[in-house]
Design a protein around this ligand. Structure first.
Ligand code: C2E
Ligand code: MG
Ligand code: MG
Ligand code: MG
Length: 281
């Protein structure tokens, strides 16, 4: 099965499978330990308002500070965590850490600010609304300071059920954002059916601005659709002033990207806020 019928093909195939399984097991075991031993951390990337240049939000981005391997990026462990289901535990940790941080910033009297977290499809179960509600209550946070970023691809699985869960979360006042918009198997009908507040234009469309006419057209169209549907629109991965100028002119509401800042440690983010750092427009 799976091989080309020759013994060698099969051996190769099963060996590759073993390696994959081992790799996955290693990550899974490591990740369990990481949760227990506090090896996970959140970095924060500022979201900037394109009219004022002010920092209006933060996207929490997960990192794994591995004792031997150093800092590991989510691309290396989130897919495995999704496959094994461990992403639910990881997601609980992320939700709590982000709420704790939001609370701390509010108590410190630093400008109130919306924190966005990324949520995987596997986390999107009927238990999620309750978990979010509990966490907001535990940290005394108003719901509108929290935003969940979800990717379009997750909307493909059991769409009806997901709409119900999204409705419950949205009814609490938590914002919902469609991440990486335009990639995957997007359907414009999703925009009509899902109770979302904002769209994030995927970085792959921002990259080619202003030279690539297709990227400009796609980004411009997404902005225009979002505005007509009364959704907020945000560009991710903005790296230069030409992109910034294009997006402002096209009517994009917010942006995040290396042009202003990479994801940074909470303390560094706090310093930016205290200094009133803003995007030069
Ligand atoms: P995403 O949600 O689309 O996040 C944006 C990614 O682009 C982040 O990568 C960010 O560091 C990077 N980025 C931001 N601005 C720029 C820029 O100007 N240039 C370039 N080249 N990159 C930029 P990161 O932190 O490695 O995260 C990758 C993905 O991992 C995220 O994509 C998200 O899908 C997932 N992820 C991150 N944290 C979590 C989490 O807590 N839970 C779950 N389930 N997924 C997460
Ligand atoms: Mg995101
Ligand atoms: Mg994104
Ligand atoms: Mg992305």
């Amino acid at each position: 099965q799976g091989g080309d019928g020759s013994g060698g093909g099969y051996a190769f195939y099963s060996q590759a499978m073993n390696q994959r399984a081992l790799h996955r097991l290693g990550i899974e075991t490591g990740l369990r330990r990481a949760i227990a031993h506090d090896e996970l951390l959140l970095l924060y990337q500022p979201k900037l308002d394109l009219l004022s240049g002010a920092i209006v939000g933060a996207e929490a981005l997960l990192r794994w500070q591995h004792p031997a391997q150093g800092l590991i990026l989510p691309a290396e462990f989130i897919p495995v965590a999704e496959e094994t289901g461990l992403v639910v535990r990881v997601g609980e940790w992320v939700l709590e850490a982000a709420c704790a941080q939001a609370r701390q910033w509010q108590q410190a009297g630093i400008a109130p600010l919306r924190i966005s977290i990324n949520v995987s499809a596997r986390e999107f179960t009927s238990a999620l609304p309750e978990r979010v509600r509990d966490m907001l209550a535990r940290y005394g946070l108003a719901a509108h300071w929290l935003e969940l970023e979800i990717t379009e691809s997750m909307l493909m699985h059991g769409v009806d059920n997901i709409i119900g869960i999204m409705d419950q979360i949205s009814a609490m006042g938590v914002a919902l954002s469609l991440d990486d918009f335009g990639t995957g198997y997007s359907s414009l009908s999703y925009l009509k059916r899902f109770p979302i507040d904002s769209l994030k234009i995927d970085r792959s469309f921002i990259m080619g601005i202003p030279d690539d006419g297709n990227d400009c057209a796609i980004a411009g169209t997404i902005i225009s659709i979002a505005r007509q549907l009364k959704h907020k629109v945000i560009a991710e991965g903005v790296e230069n002033r030409e992109q910034l100028a294009f997006l402002r002119k096209a009517g994009c509401d917010e942006m995040q990207g290396y042009l202003f800042s990479q994801p940074v440690m909470a303390i560094e983010f706090e310093n930016m806020l205290r200094e009133g750092r803003r995007l030069a427009l």
